[in-house]
Design a protein. Structure first.
Length: 146
């Protein structure tokens, strides 16, 4: 499995958890919403962690591109994390309108972000990185089990 395949599937898995939390908030099922949101955040932390601690540094080291696409992706990760905090706050207050408003913003950001990664960055990574560069199999197995 290459980087694009693994990480694109992980995007889909995170999107599923996002939708599950959003549906529970819409139904004002706060117990389910909290559980689903926590699953979503755990999956996103894992996904962003793979990119920020494994893939991006290996790509930057191999290509010498430290101010390119990975810098933009990190900035967008930071924007997402701010929205995660706002969503958690709305969830804790059991305020569905606030949660869903922030979720709409996050959804647009994630869709644009994922498209850039899947159509550009992951292809570049697959061209430039070998399994030895990022220890892909070990990395993926370790992160999948978290």
């Amino acid at each position: 499995m290459n980087i694009k395949q693994f990480m694109s599937q992980d995007h889909k898995d995170c999107d599923y958890l996002f939708a599950k939390a959003e549906a529970a908030v819409s139904a004002e099922d706060w117990t389910t919403a909290s559980q689903a949101f926590n699953e979503f955040i755990h999956a996103m932390d894992r996904h962003l962690g793979i990119e920020e601690t494994e893939l991006f540094p290996a790509f930057e080291e191999t290509t010498g591109m430290k101010m390119g696409p990975t810098e933009m992706m990190r900035m967008e990760h930071d924007q997402m994390r701010v929205l995660f905090i706002e969503m958690r706050d709305a969830l804790e207050r059991q305020h569905s309108d606030d949660y869903l408003g922030v979720a709409d913003t996050l959804l647009v950001l994630m869709q644009q972000h994922n498209m850039k990664e899947e159509q550009i960055l992951y292809n570049m990574m697959d061209m430039h990185l070998s399994e030895e560069d990022v220890h892909l199999q070990k990395t993926f197995l370790n992160w999948e089990n978290q």
